[in-house]
Design a protein around this ligand. Sequence first.
Ligand code: ZN
Length: 409
Amino acid sequence: MLEALSEIGRSARTGGYCRDAWSPADLELREWFRQEAARRGLDLDEDRNGNLWAWWRPASAGASAGDSGVVTGSHLDSVRDGGAFDGPLGVVSAFLAVDLLRARGFEPVRPLGVVCFTDEEGARFGVPCVGSRLLTGVLDPDRARRLTDDEGDTLAEVLARAGRRPGDLGADPETLARVGVFVELHVEQGRALREPVGVAEAIWPHGRWRFDFHGEANHAGTTALADRDDPMLAYARAVLDARAAAERHDALATFGKVRVEPGSANAIPSRVSAWLDARGADEERVRRLVAELAASGPGAADVACESWTPEVVFGASLRDRVAAAASAGLASTDYTPGSGSCGAAGVAAVPTGAGHDAGVLAVAGVPTAMLFVRNPTGVSHSPREFAEPADCHAGVVALAAVLEDLCRS
Ligand SMILES: [Zn+2]
């Protein structure tokens, strides 16, 4: 299934993926999701925020379409020049877990849903987890509609062009109420995991801030150094300050996106806009780091927080139940694909610095857990992101065992 997606939005130059929300690549992936749901006879809903839900509803009498269910899935969009696994692995594994459960003759007594959240990465409009944040009411729909991409198009315009109704965006308690419990499987994005499969312990608090450094545009060849008001210098200083502040606070800080106006090689910029991503083990240190940066140095910038996700600690009882079910599933399976064996593997608990829709749902009060699949390179958000097929298979086996357990009650 990953192979079937392998050419969608792929750069021939780098081998990485560019799957911006609502881009042609994203629309193709969404169509693929619809087809996979249809192939399995799952009921497909697209909610008012563009999230896709494929439901396996119990055949038993007394069950109704509105019953809260067990939901798994992830996202199909990518960062720019991203890898093949971040997102798609969770969606593919969700469908394969359904297949595995059916092959075993399992019948759910509560609805089992596969979800594809819209615009998890925020690569196009700058705000991550747009689909789940709108769903849970954390993102104001007016603000969402006004989000603008690099072409100057607003999310509202982009949605209208894709045949959606931007006026529909907003909190959706009815859809959210159908999610009785959510389990997201995801490729691990660091090197914290030694076993094929792990469970998430916590998601670090993290946020994105936009820094605007202002100056005066002028000719690069005729303006004396002393006469320049060059915002690039303040920006360059901020990049170094961010690194030093991150070291001081034992946190992470990254300027990964920058926009220069007018953006000519022979002009002093009038403005440099740069986006800071900051994360850490606790909220206090992240906020202190950003506050210090915002206040530091001459030519201080206008700083605006574009998104903030508080620390998410996944509930211990659900986490332990998921870990136990995953371990038992891996230990009891006779499914040993390829050269790797997924039997008798332990399931470790790992913290993560990466944000996920699972974190947004957990903050909204949905019982939530995550399964991670080992990533031997430790690299993510890059074409080098990787997971061994045997580990991916182990992930499916573990996920199926977890869903089976959660679907019982
Ligand atoms: Zn992801």
